[in-house]
Every structure is written in C-alpha cells, then in structure tokens.
Ligand binder design. Structure first.
Ligand code: NAD
Ligand code: MG
Length: 382
C-alpha cells in the first residue's frame, strides 16, 4: 500500500488523480488533500477518501469546512505551514502536486526536503526554480516524476535507450484553438474562444497558456530541467490530434513515440506506478478509426511565446521566474477582460527584457524576481 497526498485536489488534475486512485484502491491510499478555496468539493472528497489530514489555503472558508466535517474525523489545517505539516508525515510516500501557478513552488520544495516522491503536474515550479529543485532532489535522492502528458511520454520513451544515446526530444503541441487563425486576427479573439480548447479539458490558466502556446514554452523549460537537455535538443511540433504525446530520437535514428487518447488519467497513473504499470480505466486507442495523424512546424512568428521559452532555456537564471510571473499576471488580466489576447505574450516579453537578470539566483533572489515581475507586469498593464 502506498500513501498519497494530493495538493490541489479540487482542480482538473486533482480530480483526475482521485479518479485514478478510485480505480487503484487496493494499492494506493489518500492520506492528505489540499485546495485553495473550494471547501464544499474538498469536504466531499474528504468524506469519500477519508484522508488523515486536509488543508485549505484560503483561511476565509475554514469555519465552513470545519462545520461540514464530523469532529475529530480528520486533521484540518490552514495557513502557510499547512502543506509542510501534511507532506512531512512519516507515512507519506508520494505527493501529487496539482496546484496551479507559483503557489506550487514552496510546496514542491517541502516535498523534496522531506524526501518524498514528487509526482509533479505543477510545471510552474520547475520554470521558476528548476536549477534549485533538481539539485535539491538529487542531493536528497528524491524522484520527480512528471504528470504533464508530454514529459510522461518522454519519460516512457527514454526507457528504450540509455541517457547518453539520446539525440533530442520532440514535444508535441495541439496548437490550441487558434492554430489555424491568421496572425492578424489573433488580437481580436475573445475570452470564450480562448477558453475553448480543441482536445483537452483543463483549468482556466493552462487553457489560456495553451492558446498562446506559452504552455509549450513552459514545457520546453520543464523538459530542460527534468531531462537535463540544452535548447538544441528540444524540438516542438504541432500535432492537432493530441494522440502522440511526445517522442525521443536516439543517436541511431530510432524515434520512440508514446501514444494514447488524450486523457490525463494515463500520465497521472504512470506517475503513481512508475516504473511499473497497472490496469487503467481508459479507452483503447483505435488507430484505424482515427485514420491519419498530422504534424507540422510551429509558427514562431504567430506564437512568439515559444521563442521566449527557448530564450529561458538558453539564458537560465532569473529568466524563467520572470517569464512565469509576468505570464500569470497577464493571463489573469486577460481573464478579467483587461487586455487583448496578443497583449499577454507582448507583456511577458517586455517584462523579461527589462528585468535585472541574475545568472545564479538563490531561492530568495527567485522570490524577489517573482515579486518584482508581478509588480512590473501590473504597471505595464495599467
Ligand atoms: P485548476 O485550476 O483546475 O486547479 C488548480 C488547483 O490548485 C485547485 O485545486 C486549487 O484549489 C489549487 N490551488 C490554487 N491556488 C492554490 C494555493 N495558493 N494554495 C493551494 N492550492 C491552490 O488547474 P489544473 O488544470 O488542474 O492544473 C494544475 C497544474 O497542473 C498546473 O500547473 C497545470 O499547468 C498542470 N497541468 C494541468 C493539466 C491539465 O490537463 N489540467 C495538464 C498538464 C499539466
Ligand atoms: Mg502538457
């Protein structure tokens, strides 16, 4: 029996993770759940999965949560140290981090510090502080297993060879809802159109990131840190069907792809069972029914976010945290209908250009750069 904590259990990944565990109850037990503010759903999850502790980041709803749950049935936590307390328990084996955005960084660090396996959906943590996280994990002997479908695909394909035989990785991208829009029309797209992703059902922030292709930029950076790659070893290819989740090319010319229907339950389950597999509760892939799969080069001119991702991989330092913070603020402004779709990437690029670059930042430097970039982005937007 493996004991699992899910951080961000009320989100799209969190709910899928609970679905996976429902199907694997004989091997995995939920011992901790956490969310930001959706206390009603969290209470329902507690009733079903009976974890030992539960945490709500936003303390405003803690009374409601306490009233809803039977007394002494579960430890109820709130505040900044609650995640720390939850993941440090001796009986915790794996922590799924499905928190969205920068709030996931301190959580990821706590998980690693406590020597627990980190099943990571929260790519923003790696984008912000990949260098620090990866070296800390190496020191502690902690595995970071990606949940992101592309990185799970790469992890699976890498098992076909040795690390020194890898030539490059090829990350697939659906291209988002605007892949066939003419560039001139992009500034006029609506929030509703941007939230309508063609192949994946996800939280709002990552759905907008997928429309700007900033999500792919974040994933290029994520791949650099997870698999120790330089920018020449990471390609991106547009693949509208989202069936091939990514590929690895080896030195002998062999290319290994991982495929499956677009369903996050597959990479979530693999992160839990790695390096083994268990029976899954997902539909089989029917290639004959699909008939054909398409691939084409991404248009960097139309989606400049991709270029910014490569810039972060090449320059490192505080570039990643700055890109991420500026993007979080700009995406929120777009969700609030304060800026146009194309202003998201323009703003991020501007803030990256102007920021005080530090080549080898400490964690404190990263937190400072994060705060600075948020302030500058807000200024820029207003
Ligand atoms: P979501 O918005 O649906 O859910 C986010 C979760 O994070 C919620 O449970 C929320 O309560 C929690 N949360 C937010 N702020 C918090 C805070 N300050 N403290 C504690 N918890 C907080 O998002 P999602 O789509 O599930 O994505 C989660 C992460 O997984 C993101 O980093 C995203 O990039 C990544 N990811 C998602 C998908 C997908 O299919 N949804 C695929 C790959 C990667
Ligand atoms: Mg992905």
């Amino acid at each position: 029996m493996k004991n699992v904590v899910i951080l961000g259990s009320t989100g799209s990944i969190g709910k899928n993770a609970l679905d996976v565990i429902r199907n694997l109850r004989h091997k995995y037990k939920v011992v901790g759940l956490s969310a930001n503010s959706r206390w009603e759903l969290l209470a329902k999850q507690v009733e079903e999965f009976k974890p030992k502790s539960v945490s709500l980041a936003d303390g405003r709803w803690i009374k409601e949560l306490k009233n809803k749950l039977p007394q002494n049935s579960v430890q109820i936590l709130t505040g900044t140290d609650s995640v720390k307390e939850m993941v440090s328990r001796d009986d915790v084996d794996i922590v799924i981090s499905a928190i969205v955005g920068a709030a996931g960084l301190p959580a990821a660090i706590e998980v690693i510090k406590n020597g627990k396996t980190l099943a990571l959906a929260n790519k923003e943590a790696l984008v912000m502080a990949g260098g620090i996280i990866v070296s800390m994990a190496r020191e502690k002997g902690v595995s970071i297993i990606p949940i992101d479908s592309e990185h799970s695909a790469i992890l699976q394909a890498l098992r076909a060879g040795h690390p020194n035989e890898v030539k490059k990785v090829i990350i697939t991208a659906s291209g988002g809802p605007f892949r066939d829009y003419p560039k001139e029309k992009l500034s006029e797209v609506t929030l509703e159109e941007a939230l309508n992703h063609p192949t994946w059902q996800m939280g709002q922030k990552i759905t907008i990131d997928s429309a700007t292709l900033m999500n792919k930029a974040l994933e290029i950076i994520e791949a650099k840190w997870l698999f120790n790659l330089d920018s020449t070893q990471i390609d991106v290819i547009i693949h509208p069907e989202s069936i091939v989740h990514s590929l690895v090319e080896f030195c002998d010319g062999s290319v290994i792809a991982q495929m499956g229907l677009p369903d996050m339950k597959v990479p979530i389950q693999y992160a839990l069972t790695y390096p083994y597999r268990e029976n899954g509760n997902v539909e089989s892939l029917d290639l004959a029914k699909l008939g054909s799969l398409n691939f084409r080069k991404p248009d960097m001119d139309k989606f400049p976010a991709l270029r910014l991702g490569y810039e972060v991989v090449e320059k490192g330092g505080t570039m990643g945290v700055t890109l991420n913070a500026a993007n979080e603020i700009a995406v929120q402004a777009f969700l609030d209908r304060k800026i146009k779709f194309t202003d998201i990437t323009k703003t991020v690029e501007h803030v990256m250009k102007e920021h005080n670059f530090i080549k080898d930042p400490t964690l404190q430097d990263i937190m400072d750069a994060d705060a600075h970039a948020r302030k500058e982005t807000k200024k820029c937007i207003s």
